[in-house]
Write a protein that binds this ligand. Structure first.
Ligand code: WT7
Length: 568
Protein backbone atom coordinates (compact mmCIF):
# COMPACT_ATOMS: atom_id res chain seq x y z
CA UNK A 1 0.00 0.00 0.00
CA UNK A 2 1.28 3.43 -0.90
CA UNK A 3 1.44 6.17 1.74
CA UNK A 4 -0.66 8.53 -0.35
CA UNK A 5 -3.51 6.02 -0.66
CA UNK A 6 -5.62 7.20 -3.56
CA UNK A 7 -4.56 10.39 -5.30
CA UNK A 8 -8.17 11.25 -6.12
CA UNK A 9 -9.20 10.87 -2.48
CA UNK A 10 -6.27 13.05 -1.32
CA UNK A 11 -7.25 15.75 -3.78
CA UNK A 12 -10.67 15.89 -2.17
CA UNK A 13 -9.66 15.90 1.46
CA UNK A 14 -6.28 17.66 1.37
CA UNK A 15 -5.21 20.59 3.47
CA UNK A 16 -1.73 21.36 4.77
CA UNK A 17 -3.01 20.77 8.29
CA UNK A 18 -2.68 17.04 7.51
CA UNK A 19 1.09 17.42 7.25
CA UNK A 20 1.20 19.77 10.26
CA UNK A 21 -0.69 17.21 12.34
CA UNK A 22 1.62 14.36 11.31
CA UNK A 23 4.54 16.52 12.45
CA UNK A 24 2.78 17.56 15.64
CA UNK A 25 2.99 21.20 14.62
CA UNK A 26 0.39 23.83 15.46
CA UNK A 27 0.28 27.37 14.13
CA UNK A 28 2.58 29.63 16.10
CA UNK A 29 4.72 26.75 17.43
CA UNK A 30 8.48 26.74 17.30
CA UNK A 31 9.57 24.87 14.18
CA UNK A 32 13.23 24.20 13.50
CA UNK A 33 14.24 21.95 10.60
CA UNK A 34 17.37 20.79 12.44
CA UNK A 35 15.33 19.72 15.44
CA UNK A 36 12.70 17.97 13.33
CA UNK A 37 15.31 15.98 11.39
CA UNK A 38 17.25 14.71 14.40
CA UNK A 39 16.04 15.39 17.97
CA UNK A 40 12.39 14.63 17.16
CA UNK A 41 13.29 11.36 15.47
CA UNK A 42 15.34 10.36 18.54
CA UNK A 43 12.38 11.16 20.79
CA UNK A 44 10.30 8.80 18.67
CA UNK A 45 12.51 5.95 19.84
CA UNK A 46 14.74 5.86 16.76
CA UNK A 47 17.93 7.23 18.34
CA UNK A 48 19.86 4.10 17.36
CA UNK A 49 18.47 3.81 13.86
CA UNK A 50 20.90 4.62 11.07
CA UNK A 51 20.40 8.11 9.68
CA UNK A 52 23.34 8.23 7.25
CA UNK A 53 25.45 5.61 5.56
CA UNK A 54 28.17 7.39 3.64
CA UNK A 55 30.60 5.94 1.11
CA UNK A 56 33.68 7.83 -0.08
CA UNK A 57 36.12 7.66 -3.00
CA UNK A 58 38.22 4.84 -1.75
CA UNK A 59 35.26 2.74 -0.64
CA UNK A 60 35.48 3.84 3.00
CA UNK A 61 32.16 3.75 4.79
CA UNK A 62 30.93 5.88 7.67
CA UNK A 63 27.72 5.23 9.54
CA UNK A 64 25.82 7.60 11.81
CA UNK A 65 22.67 6.96 13.85
CA UNK A 66 19.99 9.57 14.40
CA UNK A 67 21.49 10.16 17.83
CA UNK A 68 24.95 10.65 16.31
CA UNK A 69 23.38 13.11 13.92
CA UNK A 70 21.55 14.89 16.73
CA UNK A 71 24.76 15.29 18.72
CA UNK A 72 27.00 16.19 15.77
CA UNK A 73 24.60 18.83 14.49
CA UNK A 74 24.51 20.20 18.05
CA UNK A 75 28.29 20.22 18.03
CA UNK A 76 28.45 22.21 14.80
CA UNK A 77 25.73 24.62 15.97
CA UNK A 78 27.63 25.15 19.23
CA UNK A 79 30.90 25.71 17.37
CA UNK A 80 29.35 28.33 15.08
CA UNK A 81 27.77 30.09 18.02
CA UNK A 82 31.14 30.14 19.75
CA UNK A 83 32.67 31.87 16.73
CA UNK A 84 30.12 34.64 17.10
CA UNK A 85 27.89 33.65 14.20
CA UNK A 86 24.43 35.08 14.88
CA UNK A 87 20.94 33.90 14.02
CA UNK A 88 20.05 35.23 10.57
CA UNK A 89 23.69 35.26 9.41
CA UNK A 90 24.40 33.40 6.18
CA UNK A 91 26.73 30.43 6.53
CA UNK A 92 27.91 28.87 3.30
CA UNK A 93 28.52 25.15 2.83
CA UNK A 94 31.17 24.58 0.18
CA UNK A 95 32.09 20.91 0.27
CA UNK A 96 31.90 17.63 -1.55
CA UNK A 97 29.19 15.27 -0.38
CA UNK A 98 30.96 14.50 2.91
CA UNK A 99 29.03 13.89 6.16
CA UNK A 100 30.06 17.38 7.36
CA UNK A 101 28.04 18.88 4.51
CA UNK A 102 24.85 17.16 5.64
CA UNK A 103 25.33 17.72 9.35
CA UNK A 104 26.70 21.23 8.75
CA UNK A 105 23.44 22.11 7.03
CA UNK A 106 21.38 20.98 10.00
CA UNK A 107 23.83 22.53 12.50
CA UNK A 108 23.52 25.91 10.81
CA UNK A 109 19.74 25.91 10.89
CA UNK A 110 19.74 24.59 14.46
CA UNK A 111 21.49 27.74 15.64
CA UNK A 112 19.16 29.97 13.62
CA UNK A 113 21.59 30.96 10.88
CA UNK A 114 20.73 30.62 7.19
CA UNK A 115 22.35 27.75 5.31
CA UNK A 116 23.74 28.75 1.92
CA UNK A 117 24.84 25.58 0.12
CA UNK A 118 27.04 26.06 -2.95
CA UNK A 119 28.17 23.39 -5.40
CA UNK A 120 31.79 22.49 -4.61
CA UNK A 121 32.77 22.47 -8.31
CA UNK A 122 32.15 26.20 -8.47
CA UNK A 123 35.19 28.27 -9.33
CA UNK A 124 36.27 31.40 -7.45
CA UNK A 125 34.13 33.76 -9.55
CA UNK A 126 30.91 31.78 -9.13
CA UNK A 127 31.62 31.63 -5.43
CA UNK A 128 32.38 35.32 -5.13
CA UNK A 129 29.17 36.44 -6.86
CA UNK A 130 27.05 34.42 -4.46
CA UNK A 131 28.95 35.20 -1.24
CA UNK A 132 29.01 38.89 -2.05
CA UNK A 133 25.31 38.99 -2.78
CA UNK A 134 24.42 37.16 0.43
CA UNK A 135 27.04 39.03 2.51
CA UNK A 136 27.96 35.65 3.92
CA UNK A 137 29.52 35.59 7.41
CA UNK A 138 31.16 32.17 7.41
CA UNK A 139 32.00 29.40 4.99
CA UNK A 140 32.50 25.73 5.84
CA UNK A 141 34.80 24.02 3.38
CA UNK A 142 37.49 21.39 2.79
CA UNK A 143 41.24 21.73 2.16
CA UNK A 144 40.77 20.84 -1.50
CA UNK A 145 38.41 23.80 -2.03
CA UNK A 146 39.86 26.40 0.31
CA UNK A 147 42.21 27.72 -2.39
CA UNK A 148 39.22 29.17 -4.21
CA UNK A 149 38.08 30.88 -1.03
CA UNK A 150 41.55 32.32 -0.37
CA UNK A 151 41.53 33.91 -3.81
CA UNK A 152 38.51 36.05 -3.03
CA UNK A 153 38.96 36.66 0.68
CA UNK A 154 40.43 40.10 0.18
CA UNK A 155 37.34 41.43 -1.60
CA UNK A 156 34.98 39.84 0.94
CA UNK A 157 35.38 41.76 4.20
CA UNK A 158 32.03 40.34 5.40
CA UNK A 159 33.37 36.77 5.34
CA UNK A 160 34.78 36.54 8.86
CA UNK A 161 35.33 32.79 9.21
CA UNK A 162 36.67 30.13 6.90
CA UNK A 163 36.07 26.79 8.61
CA UNK A 164 38.04 23.84 7.29
CA UNK A 165 36.62 20.44 8.25
CA UNK A 166 39.53 18.21 7.26
CA UNK A 167 42.37 20.32 8.59
CA UNK A 168 44.12 18.75 11.57
CA UNK A 169 44.77 22.19 12.99
CA UNK A 170 48.45 21.52 13.63
CA UNK A 171 49.74 24.29 11.37
CA UNK A 172 49.26 27.91 12.36
CA UNK A 173 46.00 29.00 10.76
CA UNK A 174 45.95 31.57 8.00
CA UNK A 175 43.96 34.77 8.24
CA UNK A 176 40.30 34.12 9.15
CA UNK A 177 40.78 30.34 8.88
CA UNK A 178 39.94 27.85 11.58
CA UNK A 179 40.13 24.07 11.68
CA UNK A 180 37.14 22.05 12.82
CA UNK A 181 37.12 18.28 12.91
CA UNK A 182 33.56 17.04 13.39
CA UNK A 183 34.42 13.49 14.38
CA UNK A 184 37.01 14.59 16.94
CA UNK A 185 35.31 17.68 18.36
CA UNK A 186 33.98 17.50 21.89
CA UNK A 187 30.45 16.15 21.45
CA UNK A 188 27.75 18.56 22.52
CA UNK A 189 24.93 16.43 23.97
CA UNK A 190 22.59 19.32 24.61
CA UNK A 191 22.22 22.49 22.65
CA UNK A 192 19.64 25.25 22.97
CA UNK A 193 18.15 25.04 19.51
CA UNK A 194 17.17 28.42 18.09
CA UNK A 195 13.42 28.90 18.61
CA UNK A 196 12.65 29.59 14.97
CA UNK A 197 9.03 29.94 13.94
CA UNK A 198 7.32 29.33 10.60
CA UNK A 199 8.65 32.39 8.79
CA UNK A 200 12.22 32.33 10.13
CA UNK A 201 14.64 32.11 7.16
CA UNK A 202 16.32 28.72 6.85
CA UNK A 203 18.01 28.22 3.49
CA UNK A 204 19.31 30.40 0.67
CA UNK A 205 19.71 28.58 -2.64
CA UNK A 206 21.15 30.42 -5.61
CA UNK A 207 19.59 29.90 -9.00
CA UNK A 208 20.28 31.35 -12.42
CA UNK A 209 18.04 33.55 -14.52
CA UNK A 210 18.34 34.96 -18.02
CA UNK A 211 19.46 38.39 -16.96
CA UNK A 212 21.52 39.67 -14.10
CA UNK A 213 23.46 37.74 -11.52
CA UNK A 214 22.24 34.51 -9.90
CA UNK A 215 19.46 35.12 -7.41
CA UNK A 216 19.17 33.71 -3.91
CA UNK A 217 15.81 32.00 -3.37
CA UNK A 218 15.11 32.41 0.32
CA UNK A 219 13.25 29.68 2.16
CA UNK A 220 11.84 29.45 5.69
CA UNK A 221 11.55 26.74 8.36
CA UNK A 222 7.86 26.22 7.54
CA UNK A 223 8.97 24.69 4.20
CA UNK A 224 9.32 21.48 6.22
CA UNK A 225 5.53 21.01 6.03
CA UNK A 226 5.75 20.58 2.24
CA UNK A 227 9.03 18.69 2.16
CA UNK A 228 7.92 16.19 4.79
CA UNK A 229 4.62 15.29 3.18
CA UNK A 230 5.90 15.15 -0.41
CA UNK A 231 8.76 12.89 0.70
CA UNK A 232 6.16 10.71 2.40
CA UNK A 233 3.59 10.60 -0.38
CA UNK A 234 5.58 10.98 -3.60
CA UNK A 235 8.84 9.25 -2.65
CA UNK A 236 6.61 6.92 -0.61
CA UNK A 237 9.20 6.73 2.16
CA UNK A 238 8.43 4.15 4.82
CA UNK A 239 10.01 3.09 8.09
CA UNK A 240 12.24 0.37 6.61
CA UNK A 241 13.26 2.11 3.43
CA UNK A 242 16.85 2.75 2.51
CA UNK A 243 16.85 5.84 0.42
CA UNK A 244 19.32 7.29 -2.05
CA UNK A 245 19.07 10.80 -3.49
CA UNK A 246 21.81 11.24 -6.06
CA UNK A 247 21.64 15.05 -6.03
CA UNK A 248 24.33 17.25 -4.49
CA UNK A 249 23.05 19.52 -1.68
CA UNK A 250 24.62 22.40 -3.61
CA UNK A 251 21.32 22.24 -5.50
CA UNK A 252 17.84 22.27 -4.06
CA UNK A 253 17.04 18.59 -4.70
CA UNK A 254 19.99 17.68 -2.49
CA UNK A 255 18.62 19.69 0.45
CA UNK A 256 14.82 19.36 0.17
CA UNK A 257 15.05 15.61 -0.61
CA UNK A 258 18.66 14.81 0.27
CA UNK A 259 18.37 16.17 3.81
CA UNK A 260 15.07 17.61 5.03
CA UNK A 261 12.28 15.43 3.55
CA UNK A 262 13.78 12.00 4.23
CA UNK A 263 15.23 12.73 7.67
CA UNK A 264 12.06 14.45 8.86
CA UNK A 265 10.46 11.10 7.96
CA UNK A 266 13.08 9.28 10.06
CA UNK A 267 14.37 7.33 7.08
CA UNK A 268 17.91 5.94 6.55
CA UNK A 269 19.74 7.72 3.75
CA UNK A 270 22.79 6.60 1.83
CA UNK A 271 25.24 8.99 0.21
CA UNK A 272 27.81 8.13 -2.43
CA UNK A 273 30.53 10.77 -2.64
CA UNK A 274 31.91 9.48 -5.93
CA UNK A 275 31.43 10.72 -9.49
CA UNK A 276 29.05 9.02 -11.89
CA UNK A 277 29.88 5.56 -13.20
CA UNK A 278 27.23 2.97 -14.04
CA UNK A 279 28.99 0.06 -12.32
CA UNK A 280 29.71 2.07 -9.19
CA UNK A 281 26.11 3.20 -8.96
CA UNK A 282 24.66 -0.27 -9.46
CA UNK A 283 27.07 -1.75 -6.95
CA UNK A 284 26.09 0.92 -4.44
CA UNK A 285 22.38 0.14 -4.91
CA UNK A 286 23.07 -3.57 -4.53
CA UNK A 287 25.42 -3.35 -1.53
CA UNK A 288 23.46 -0.74 0.37
CA UNK A 289 20.13 -2.40 -0.55
CA UNK A 290 18.60 0.83 -1.75
CA UNK A 291 14.81 0.67 -1.90
CA UNK A 292 13.86 4.21 -2.96
CA UNK A 293 15.96 6.06 -5.50
CA UNK A 294 15.59 9.72 -6.50
CA UNK A 295 17.72 10.71 -9.47
CA UNK A 296 17.82 12.80 -12.65
CA UNK A 297 17.12 12.18 -16.33
CA UNK A 298 20.73 12.78 -17.41
CA UNK A 299 21.88 10.05 -15.06
CA UNK A 300 19.16 7.71 -16.30
CA UNK A 301 20.10 8.40 -19.93
CA UNK A 302 23.77 7.80 -19.08
CA UNK A 303 22.83 4.45 -17.53
CA UNK A 304 20.73 3.67 -20.59
CA UNK A 305 23.80 4.18 -22.76
CA UNK A 306 25.61 1.46 -20.83
CA UNK A 307 22.77 -0.92 -21.68
CA UNK A 308 20.83 -3.54 -19.80
CA UNK A 309 23.80 -5.93 -19.67
CA UNK A 310 25.46 -3.56 -17.19
CA UNK A 311 22.33 -3.73 -14.99
CA UNK A 312 22.16 -7.51 -15.12
CA UNK A 313 25.60 -7.89 -13.54
CA UNK A 314 24.04 -6.80 -10.25
CA UNK A 315 21.17 -7.81 -8.05
CA UNK A 316 19.00 -4.72 -7.93
CA UNK A 317 15.85 -6.47 -6.75
CA UNK A 318 15.97 -4.29 -3.60
CA UNK A 319 14.68 -1.30 -5.60
CA UNK A 320 11.05 -0.58 -4.82
CA UNK A 321 10.30 2.94 -6.03
CA UNK A 322 12.08 5.25 -8.47
CA UNK A 323 11.66 8.99 -8.98
CA UNK A 324 13.32 11.61 -11.14
CA UNK A 325 13.61 15.39 -11.32
CA UNK A 326 15.42 18.28 -12.90
CA UNK A 327 14.80 18.10 -16.63
CA UNK A 328 12.41 16.46 -19.03
CA UNK A 329 12.29 12.72 -18.53
CA UNK A 330 11.75 11.37 -22.00
CA UNK A 331 9.33 8.49 -22.58
CA UNK A 332 12.17 6.20 -23.78
CA UNK A 333 13.96 6.58 -20.45
CA UNK A 334 10.80 5.69 -18.52
CA UNK A 335 10.20 2.61 -20.68
CA UNK A 336 13.83 1.58 -20.43
CA UNK A 337 13.75 1.76 -16.64
CA UNK A 338 10.76 -0.61 -16.67
CA UNK A 339 12.74 -3.02 -18.80
CA UNK A 340 16.01 -2.65 -16.89
CA UNK A 341 14.80 -2.39 -13.27
CA UNK A 342 11.28 -3.69 -13.57
CA UNK A 343 10.10 -0.30 -12.30
CA UNK A 344 9.24 2.93 -14.04
CA UNK A 345 10.84 6.19 -13.01
CA UNK A 346 8.22 8.59 -11.67
CA UNK A 347 8.90 12.08 -12.98
CA UNK A 348 8.51 15.04 -10.64
CA UNK A 349 8.58 18.72 -11.54
CA UNK A 350 9.55 21.55 -9.27
CA UNK A 351 12.12 24.35 -8.86
CA UNK A 352 14.52 25.96 -6.44
CA UNK A 353 11.80 28.54 -5.91
CA UNK A 354 9.03 26.04 -5.15
CA UNK A 355 11.15 24.29 -2.50
CA UNK A 356 9.28 21.01 -2.97
CA UNK A 357 7.64 18.92 -5.68
CA UNK A 358 4.63 20.59 -7.25
CA UNK A 359 3.71 18.39 -10.24
CA UNK A 360 4.41 14.71 -9.94
CA UNK A 361 3.66 11.12 -10.82
CA UNK A 362 2.31 9.43 -7.70
CA UNK A 363 2.97 5.89 -6.67
CA UNK A 364 0.02 3.87 -7.85
CA UNK A 365 -1.05 6.38 -10.45
CA UNK A 366 -1.07 5.43 -14.12
CA UNK A 367 2.16 6.73 -15.65
CA UNK A 368 2.00 8.25 -19.09
CA UNK A 369 5.66 8.04 -20.13
CA UNK A 370 6.93 11.52 -20.98
CA UNK A 371 4.43 13.34 -18.78
CA UNK A 372 5.34 15.11 -15.53
CA UNK A 373 2.13 13.90 -13.91
CA UNK A 374 -0.39 15.93 -11.94
CA UNK A 375 -0.27 18.66 -9.29
CA UNK A 376 0.45 17.67 -5.70
CA UNK A 377 -2.73 17.91 -3.60
CA UNK A 378 -2.77 21.40 -2.10
CA UNK A 379 -0.92 22.87 -5.07
CA UNK A 380 -3.12 24.59 -7.56
CA UNK A 381 -1.35 24.46 -10.92
CA UNK A 382 -2.43 25.62 -14.35
CA UNK A 383 -1.09 26.42 -17.74
CA UNK A 384 -1.79 30.06 -18.56
CA UNK A 385 -1.87 31.92 -21.82
CA UNK A 386 1.50 33.46 -22.68
CA UNK A 387 0.02 36.88 -23.33
CA UNK A 388 -2.99 37.42 -21.06
CA UNK A 389 -1.96 34.94 -18.34
CA UNK A 390 -5.45 33.46 -18.06
CA UNK A 391 -5.68 29.70 -17.46
CA UNK A 392 -5.99 27.69 -20.66
CA UNK A 393 -8.86 25.23 -20.43
CA UNK A 394 -8.41 23.51 -23.77
CA UNK A 395 -6.40 20.28 -23.65
CA UNK A 396 -3.09 20.20 -25.47
CA UNK A 397 -2.65 23.97 -25.82
CA UNK A 398 0.80 25.17 -24.78
CA UNK A 399 1.13 27.95 -22.23
CA UNK A 400 3.14 28.86 -19.14
CA UNK A 401 3.16 26.71 -16.02
CA UNK A 402 1.59 28.78 -13.24
CA UNK A 403 1.04 28.01 -9.56
CA UNK A 404 -1.29 29.63 -7.02
CA UNK A 405 0.95 30.83 -4.18
CA UNK A 406 0.30 29.36 -0.75
CA UNK A 407 2.04 26.00 -0.38
CA UNK A 408 4.38 26.02 2.63
CA UNK A 409 7.75 25.66 0.88
CA UNK A 410 7.25 28.48 -1.60
CA UNK A 411 10.30 30.79 -1.56
CA UNK A 412 9.65 34.02 0.32
CA UNK A 413 11.76 36.37 -1.77
CA UNK A 414 14.97 36.63 -3.77
CA UNK A 415 17.67 37.83 -1.42
CA UNK A 416 17.98 41.62 -1.78
CA UNK A 417 15.90 41.47 -4.92
CA UNK A 418 12.26 41.96 -4.06
CA UNK A 419 11.62 43.61 -7.45
CA UNK A 420 12.53 40.50 -9.44
CA UNK A 421 10.61 38.37 -6.94
CA UNK A 422 7.49 40.46 -7.49
CA UNK A 423 7.91 40.28 -11.26
CA UNK A 424 7.32 36.50 -11.07
CA UNK A 425 3.70 37.02 -10.04
CA UNK A 426 1.06 37.90 -12.61
CA UNK A 427 -2.75 37.83 -12.14
CA UNK A 428 -2.28 36.14 -8.79
CA UNK A 429 -0.20 33.32 -10.30
CA UNK A 430 3.43 32.49 -9.71
CA UNK A 431 4.89 32.01 -13.18
CA UNK A 432 7.52 29.25 -13.21
CA UNK A 433 9.14 30.26 -16.49
CA UNK A 434 8.39 26.94 -18.20
CA UNK A 435 6.06 26.04 -21.04
CA UNK A 436 3.76 23.05 -20.93
CA UNK A 437 0.36 21.75 -21.91
CA UNK A 438 -2.25 19.74 -20.00
CA UNK A 439 -3.99 16.78 -21.62
CA UNK A 440 -7.63 15.76 -21.30
CA UNK A 441 -6.81 13.62 -18.23
CA UNK A 442 -5.12 16.50 -16.40
CA UNK A 443 -1.53 15.29 -17.00
CA UNK A 444 1.12 17.99 -17.53
CA UNK A 445 3.49 17.72 -20.51
CA UNK A 446 6.69 19.78 -20.42
CA UNK A 447 7.56 21.70 -23.57
CA UNK A 448 10.54 23.88 -22.70
CA UNK A 449 11.75 26.84 -20.75
CA UNK A 450 10.33 30.23 -21.47
CA UNK A 451 13.65 32.03 -21.08
CA UNK A 452 17.27 31.65 -22.15
CA UNK A 453 18.39 29.67 -19.13
CA UNK A 454 20.30 26.52 -20.10
CA UNK A 455 19.45 23.23 -18.41
CA UNK A 456 22.51 21.01 -18.69
CA UNK A 457 22.23 17.66 -16.99
CA UNK A 458 19.52 19.02 -14.70
CA UNK A 459 21.56 22.03 -13.66
CA UNK A 460 20.48 25.50 -14.64
CA UNK A 461 23.16 27.85 -15.90
CA UNK A 462 22.50 31.48 -16.70
CA UNK A 463 23.85 32.72 -20.03
CA UNK A 464 24.49 36.16 -18.56
CA UNK A 465 26.96 34.85 -15.97
CA UNK A 466 28.93 32.99 -18.67
CA UNK A 467 28.86 35.89 -21.12
CA UNK A 468 30.14 38.26 -18.42
CA UNK A 469 32.99 35.88 -17.61
CA UNK A 470 33.82 35.42 -21.30
CA UNK A 471 34.24 39.18 -21.67
CA UNK A 472 37.12 38.98 -19.23
CA UNK A 473 39.07 36.70 -21.56
CA UNK A 474 41.63 38.72 -23.48
CA UNK A 475 40.46 37.53 -26.92
CA UNK A 476 36.70 38.01 -26.52
CA UNK A 477 34.99 41.14 -27.86
CA UNK A 478 31.43 39.92 -27.42
CA UNK A 479 29.57 36.69 -26.98
CA UNK A 480 26.22 34.99 -26.81
CA UNK A 481 25.67 31.79 -24.91
CA UNK A 482 22.86 29.37 -25.67
CA UNK A 483 21.88 25.76 -25.03
CA UNK A 484 22.63 23.25 -27.76
CA UNK A 485 20.82 19.90 -27.94
CA UNK A 486 22.64 16.95 -26.44
CA UNK A 487 21.44 13.34 -26.34
CA UNK A 488 22.46 12.73 -22.74
CA UNK A 489 22.61 16.09 -20.97
CA UNK A 490 19.62 17.44 -22.87
CA UNK A 491 21.50 20.68 -23.41
CA UNK A 492 25.11 21.75 -23.31
CA UNK A 493 26.54 25.25 -23.35
CA UNK A 494 27.48 26.68 -26.72
CA UNK A 495 29.19 30.07 -27.06
CA UNK A 496 29.14 32.31 -30.12
CA UNK A 497 32.13 34.60 -29.90
CA UNK A 498 33.28 37.64 -31.82
CA UNK A 499 37.01 38.12 -31.34
CA UNK A 500 38.93 41.30 -30.63
CA UNK A 501 41.12 42.59 -33.45
CA UNK A 502 44.45 40.78 -33.52
CA UNK A 503 42.99 37.40 -32.41
CA UNK A 504 42.47 34.48 -34.76
CA UNK A 505 40.13 31.55 -34.29
CA UNK A 506 42.05 28.37 -33.52
CA UNK A 507 41.77 25.07 -31.62
CA UNK A 508 44.16 26.44 -28.99
CA UNK A 509 42.00 29.51 -28.48
CA UNK A 510 38.95 27.23 -28.16
CA UNK A 511 40.65 25.32 -25.37
CA UNK A 512 41.97 28.42 -23.69
CA UNK A 513 38.47 29.91 -23.52
CA UNK A 514 36.87 26.66 -22.38
CA UNK A 515 39.39 26.22 -19.58
CA UNK A 516 39.06 29.83 -18.57
CA UNK A 517 35.32 29.39 -17.94
CA UNK A 518 35.72 25.98 -16.31
CA UNK A 519 38.12 27.41 -13.74
CA UNK A 520 36.36 30.71 -13.21
CA UNK A 521 32.79 29.43 -13.05
CA UNK A 522 32.41 25.65 -13.15
CA UNK A 523 32.65 22.60 -15.41
CA UNK A 524 28.89 22.92 -16.01
CA UNK A 525 29.21 26.44 -17.36
CA UNK A 526 32.12 25.55 -19.65
CA UNK A 527 31.13 25.84 -23.33
CA UNK A 528 31.27 22.42 -24.99
CA UNK A 529 31.36 24.15 -28.33
CA UNK A 530 32.58 27.53 -29.49
CA UNK A 531 31.65 29.12 -32.78
CA UNK A 532 33.62 32.16 -33.81
CA UNK A 533 31.51 34.72 -35.64
CA UNK A 534 32.16 38.15 -37.13
CA UNK A 535 29.25 39.73 -35.30
CA UNK A 536 26.22 38.71 -33.25
CA UNK A 537 22.57 39.27 -34.21
CA UNK A 538 21.15 42.17 -32.20
CA UNK A 539 17.85 43.92 -31.65
CA UNK A 540 17.52 47.57 -32.61
CA UNK A 541 18.19 48.51 -29.01
CA UNK A 542 21.45 46.56 -29.17
CA UNK A 543 20.46 43.49 -27.21
CA UNK A 544 21.89 40.20 -28.43
CA UNK A 545 19.19 37.90 -29.83
CA UNK A 546 20.12 34.68 -28.10
CA UNK A 547 16.86 33.08 -29.12
CA UNK A 548 17.66 33.40 -32.77
CA UNK A 549 20.95 31.60 -32.26
CA UNK A 550 19.28 29.03 -30.08
CA UNK A 551 16.52 28.37 -32.62
CA UNK A 552 19.18 27.62 -35.21
CA UNK A 553 20.87 25.13 -32.92
CA UNK A 554 17.58 23.35 -32.35
CA UNK A 555 16.52 23.57 -36.00
CA UNK A 556 13.41 25.47 -34.95
CA UNK A 557 11.36 28.01 -36.81
CA UNK A 558 12.59 31.44 -35.85
CA UNK A 559 9.20 33.01 -36.45
CA UNK A 560 8.44 36.63 -35.89
CA UNK A 561 11.65 38.24 -34.70
CA UNK A 562 9.92 41.49 -33.79
CA UNK A 563 8.74 39.82 -30.57
CA UNK A 564 12.35 39.23 -29.61
CA UNK A 565 12.74 42.97 -29.25
CA UNK A 566 10.82 42.95 -25.99
CA UNK A 567 12.73 40.14 -24.37
CA UNK A 568 14.76 40.48 -21.24
C1 WT7 B 1 13.86 24.04 -13.62
C2 WT7 B 1 14.13 24.26 -12.17
C3 WT7 B 1 13.95 21.22 -8.41
C4 WT7 B 1 14.74 20.24 -8.97
C5 WT7 B 1 16.04 20.63 -9.57
C6 WT7 B 1 16.01 21.78 -10.49
C7 WT7 B 1 13.44 22.22 -15.00
C8 WT7 B 1 12.71 20.57 -13.22
C9 WT7 B 1 11.64 19.11 -14.42
C10 WT7 B 1 10.91 18.04 -15.01
C11 WT7 B 1 11.15 19.11 -17.09
C12 WT7 B 1 12.10 20.13 -15.27
C13 WT7 B 1 12.42 23.33 -15.27
C14 WT7 B 1 12.40 24.08 -13.95
N1 WT7 B 1 12.78 21.02 -14.49
N2 WT7 B 1 12.06 19.42 -13.17
N3 WT7 B 1 10.44 17.03 -14.27
N4 WT7 B 1 10.67 18.10 -16.35
N5 WT7 B 1 11.86 20.14 -16.60
O1 WT7 B 1 15.79 22.98 -9.82
O2 WT7 B 1 17.64 24.37 -10.71
O3 WT7 B 1 15.55 25.45 -9.81
O4 WT7 B 1 15.52 24.17 -11.97
O5 WT7 B 1 14.31 22.74 -14.01
O6 WT7 B 1 12.88 24.15 -16.29
O7 WT7 B 1 11.92 25.39 -14.04
P1 WT7 B 1 16.18 24.32 -10.53
Amino acid sequence: MYNIGSYEERLKDFNWGISEAKLGYRKGDIINIGEYCSDRICRQGKADKLALVWEGHSGEIKKYTFNDMRVLTNTIAHFLKGLGVNPGDRVCLFMDKVPELYFGFLGIVKMGAIAQPLFSAFGADSLLTRLEDAQTTAIITQKKHVGKVRKILEVLPCLKHVIIVDDDGTKAPREREIAFCMDKALRVENFDIYPSTAETPSVLHYTSGTTGKPKGAQHVHYSLISQYITANWVLDLKEDDIYWCTADPGWVTGTSYGIIGPWANGVTQCVLDVGFKADTWYKFIQDRKITVWYSAPTAIRSLMKEGKAAVDKFDLSCLRHLCSVGEPLNAEAVLWSQEAFGKMFHDTFWQTETGSMVITNYPGMKIKPGSMGKPFPGVSAAVVDMKNHQPITKAGVVGLIALKPGWPSMFRTYWNNEAVYKSKFINGWYICGDRASIDEDGYFWFVGRDDDVINTGGHLVGPFEIESALLEHEAVAESAVVGKPDPVNMEVVKAFIALKPGFEASKELDLSIMNYIRKKLSPLAMPQEIEFVKSLPKTRSGKIMRRLLRAKEWGEEIGDTSTLENDD
